[in-house]
Structure formats: structure tokens, C-alpha cells
Design a protein around this ligand. Structure first.
Ligand SMILES: Nc1ncnc2c1ncn2[C@@H]1O[C@H](COP(=O)(O)OP(=O)(O)OP(=O)(O)O)[C@@H](O)[C@H]1O
Ligand SMILES: [Mg+2]
Length: 259
């Protein structure tokens, strides 16, 4: 049986889909088999983040409607043969796939993969319920912004009403320069505030903002941050990328003081 992990958040747009795509690649680079499931029915962001949008023939809607077999809808990554995507049904309304039907799909995938990672839609309504229900672990994504942290807190409370055994926190878009200047909270401070184990800190990176994954952009710091996140997820603990470090050097501080 694989590990079923839902990646969720309180506030929308904090980076769930980006995290799912990059964590999937980082885990697959470590040799385990991974399937990424786009739980955002009606939208299709995960295939775009993975640059797989032109290779979709069938999607989860076709699987549920029995228009194809589950294996026919899976898209294998072009570079990693142990990484797959189950795309969302973009032409169907959000409520067209029931939570039970979604669970049945995840149960099937669970038999063949080490990791089933579900990209949760924004909000805490029906789409959230459907994405969280089959999961046994959750990774909650927040940015350092206070509104996102507050919404993450609400979602953490909501997750306790599900059959989720482990919850970890990912702080995305961390500006190490602002943390050093004490203008923003560090990832560790946010994790303490939310009483949730910190699994990863991902730096703000313009390149990642333009193109979905570190594999596409070649961003070394994002590669390192996601590699550490994958290790922490795999071991359920471990080190977290230090977003402040690049801004702690003497030269940086000297230039900054004069600027
Ligand atoms: N570390 C980062 N640095 C800079 N930009 C980022 C980073 N992570 C994500 N982004 C950008 O933030 C935007 C929102 O990301 P994403 O779509 O992954 O969020 P989401 O939580 O899935 O949104 P939704 O709630 O709508 O599903 C995207 O443009 C993405 O490229
Ligand atoms: Mg998304």
C-alpha cells in the first residue's frame, strides 16, 4: 500500500499545485514510484505545471464514467518513468465526481504506487472534502502572509475531523531577506505558531513563478529546497531548507547596509 498524501491549504493561490508538481519530481528522483492526482476538478492546473497539458487523452472524469481504464488515463512524465499524473476533468463541473468515486480511484492507485499525492482545490467546500477523504496524511501549505497563516490554522482544525494520521507544514514563498530584517516570520516560527511539524520551507523564486518546476527552470535553490522536502516527507522528519542563509553572508550584509 502506498502513502496517500493530500496537499491542501486554507487560502487559495499559496502554491499547492506548484508544491505537488515539484515534490512529485523530487520524490521520483529519489527512486520511488509516484502518482500525482489533480483533485481540482473543473480546472487543470497540475498538468500545466508539469507541462503535460498537450499529452492528455483521458482524464479522471473518463475513468469515473468508465470511458477508459485507469491506466489509460495516467500520463507518464517525459523524463522520469516512475512519475505519473492523473489529470483533472477540465470540461466537467466541480461537483460531477462524487467523493466516493474519487476514493475508489485513489484506492486503485494505492495498489501500484509508493506515493499517491492529491492536489486539493482552493476553499473548504465539496472539492476539499473529496480530496481529503481518501488521504491518510496531509501537507498544509501556507505563505508567510498573516491571512494565509490564519487560514492554514482553520484548515488544520478541519483536518482533525478526517481520518488523517499525520500532518506536516510547508511554508512556501519565504523571503529570507525579509526574515533577516525581521520584517517577516521565519518558516520555523510559523510552524511553532500553528503547532505543526515543519516539513519544508521553499524560497520565493521568480523563476518558479513563471515556469512550474525546478526541473524546467534549473533553479538550484528550489531544487535543494524540494530535495530536502522530499527527504523530510519520506522520513517523516529531518532537515528543512534554510531560506535565510543566502542573506546571512558578510558581503550581502555589507552591500545591504550601504544600499
Ligand atoms: N516559491 C515560489 N516562488 C514564486 N512563485 C511561486 C512559488 N510557488 C508558487 N508560485 C506561484 O504562485 C502562483 C500560485 O501557485 P499555485 O497555482 O501552485 O497555487 P495553488 O495554491 O495551487 O492555487 P489554487 O488555490 O488556485 O489551486 C503561481 O503563479 C505559481 O507559479
Ligand atoms: Mg492549485
Amino acid at each position: 500500500m502506498g502513502r496517500r498524501i493530500v496537499v491542501t491549504s486554507g487560502k487559495g493561490g499559496v502554491g499547492k499545485t506548484t508544491v505537488v508538481a515539484n515534490l512529485g519530481i523530487a520524490l521520483a528522483l529519489g527512486g520511488v514510484s509516484v502518482v500525482l492526482v489533480d483533485g481540482d476538478i473543473g480546472l487543470n492546473n497540475l498538468d500545466v505545471a508539469l507541462s503535460a497539458e498537450n499529452r492528455i487523452i483521458y482524464d479522471i472524469g473518463d475513468v469515473v464514467a468508465k470511458k477508459c481504464r485507469l491506466k489509460q488515463a495516467l500520463i507518464r512524465d517525459e523524463n522520469l518513468d516512475n512519475l505519473y499524473l492523473l489529470p483533472s476533468a477540465k470540461l466537467l463541473p466541480q461537483d460531477s465526481i462524487s467523493a466516493q468515486a474519487f476514493c475508489a480511484v485513489i484506492n486503485e492507485l494505492d495498489k501500484d504506487f509508493d506515493y499517491v499525492i492529491i492536489d486539493c482545490p482552493a476553499g473548504i467546500e465539496q472539492g476539499f472534502h473529496r480530496a481529503v477523504l481518501p488521504a491518510r496524511e496531509a501537507l498544509v501549505v501556507t505563505t508567510p502572509h498573516i491571512s494565509a497563516v490564519r487560514d492554514a490554522d482553520k484548515v488544520l482544525g478541519l483536518l482533525t475531523t478526517y481520518n488523517i494520521k499525520e500532518i506536516g507544514l510547508i511554508v512556501n514563498r519565504v523571503r529570507g531577506d525579509l526574515v533577516i530584517k525581521e520584517e517577516a516570520m521565519s518558516a520555523r516560527e510559523i510552524a511553532e505558531l500553528l503547532h505543526t511539524p515543519l516539513r519544508g520551507a521553499i524560497p520565493e523564486d521568480d523563476k518558479l513563478g513563471f515556469s512550474g518546476t525546478f526541473a524546467e527552470t534549473g533553479s538550484e535553490r528550489c531544487y535543494n529546497a524540494y530535495k530536502m522536502l522530499a527527504e523530510a516527507v519520506a522520513c517523516k522528519g529531518g532537515k528543512v531548507y534554510d531560506c535565510e542563509r543566502p542573506f546571512q553572508g558578510l558581503i550581502y550584509r555589507f552591500i545591504h547596509r550601504r544600499g
